[in-house]
Design a protein around this ligand. Structure first.
Ligand code: FES
Length: 143
């Protein structure tokens, strides 16, 4: 049911934890399953993500997608990180079962929320970056 990569990232999550003074932090959740994901980003003065860490209170697929998402965004510019979609995360994990696709959406949303926080703190606009839903409980309530 799960690929070896999903199992690997679930059992040995990369970059789990938090960054003390993150340049950007974003928390998202799925009201239906109740899972919550928080992403911390350290971004240097050139807009390159130096480090990404996560804390996820959720299912195994959410842990695996968070872990892979942190690996995918590290070393990327803010603009490049925006292209790390849930599809990209799933592909990097060799796929997820259909009922678990929403878990990967959390990863994409967490990246965007953290980037939004970074942009707000820096007072900059990032093309293509939209403001995340203010209340995490509003997310996915129609799913
Ligand atoms: Fe909700 Fe996986 S079941 S994030």
């Amino acid at each position: 049911m799960y690929s070896e990569k999903v199992m690997d990232h679930f059992k040995n999550p990369r970059n789990m934890g938090e960054i003390e003074h993150p340049k950007g932090v974003g928390t998202v959740g799925n009201a239906k399953c109740g899972d919550i994901m928080r992403m911390y980003l350290d971004i240097d003065e050139n807009g390159v993500i130096r480090e990404a860490k996560f804390k996820t209170f959720g299912c195994g697929a959410a842990v695996a997608t968070s872990s892979m998402a942190t690996e995918l965004v590290t070393g990327k510019t803010v603009q490049e990180a925006l292209l790390v979609t849930n599809k990209a995360v799933m592909e990097a994990l060799d796929g997820l079962p259909p009922v678990k696709v929403h878990c990967s959406l959390l990863a994409e949303e967490a990246i965007h929320a953290a980037l939004w926080d970074y942009a707000q703190k820096q007072g900059i606009q990032v093309e293509g970056l939209k403001e995340p839903a203010a209340d995490i409980h509003e997310i996915h309530k129609d799913e």
